[in-house]
Ligand binder design. Structure first.
Ligand code: GAR
Length: 231
């Protein structure tokens, strides 16, 4: 993992399903928005459509399924071995629907990012759209965070808010939140790749300063109620 100065950040991306975030990262690397290289895409689901996205981009893929192992511990051990063998500079969870064990999280401490479809600490876990709609929230969104051993509880780097409309259902809301994920995740990976973002002992440093609260980022054109820029 000791990269030569100026070398691209090396990534392993873990997916379970569609891989639309993976695609956004592939595209951001291709357009040189991020100085990085994806060493491999690992899926715990052999039918994940995201695997084809990786193949289309000429990226190696690996699949390891929980069902092939007698115990969860055996599966977790294999997963850690698989990802560790690529020796990535950063592990990117992009819709990876398996809770990583402490050994994995500790091994990649400070080098493990996740995207979650809510404004953490609100709505960790599943069904975030349904829960936000049921609570009649006015705003939802996405978070990019470093992973700790608390599920969806690691330090949050950045968030994008998405206003909830009166006529929203899970489909319409998730589409707008995902569109922001596809902008925000590559942006944060880019910060890490250029050395501006670090995390140690759950303390985030961004551009040389301790990040006391998540950076809020809005994107023009993704929601007409938002302005572009940081706030
Ligand atoms: C993303 O929307 C991400 O926020 C969510 O899964 C989706 C994967 O989509 N992740 C989680 O819920 C993690 N707790 P994708 O496969 O199209 O990138």
């Amino acid at each position: 993992m000791n990269a030569a100065p100026g070398a691209p950040l090396t990534l392993v991306v873990l997916i379970s399903n569609q891989g639309s975030n993976l695609q956004a990262i592939i595209d951001a690397i291709a357009s040189q928005e991020i100085h990085a290289r994806i060493l491999a895409v690992v899926s715990n689901n052999p039918r994940a459509p995201g695997l084809q996205r990786a193949k289309n981009a000429g990226i190696s893929t690996a699949v390891t399924e929980r069902a092939d192992f007698a115990t969860r511990k055996d599966f977790d051990r294999r997963l850690l071995q698989l990802v560790r063998d690529y020796d990535p500079g950063l592990v990117v969870l992009a819709g990876f629907m398996h809770i990583l064990d402490d050994e994995f999280v500790t091994h990649f401490d400070g080098r493990l990012l996740n995207v979650h479809p809510s404004l953490l600490p609100k709505y960790p876990g599943l069904n975030t759209y349904r829960r936000a709609l049921a609570a009649k929230d006015g705003v939802h969104g996405c978070s990019i965070h470093f992973v700790s051993s608390r599920v969806d509880g690691g330090p949050v780097v950045a968030q994008t808010e998405v206003p909830i409309r009166a006529d929203d259902d899970e489909g319409s809301l998730s589409a707008r939140v995902q569109a922001t994920e596809h902008k925000l995740y590559p942006m944060v990976i880019g910060w890490f790749a250029n050395g501006g973002l670090q995390c140690q002992y759950e303390t985030i440093m961004l551009d040389g300063k301790r990040l006391a609260k998540p950076r809020k980022i809005a994107f023009a054109g993704l929601d007409e109620t938002q302005e572009s820029g940081e706030f």
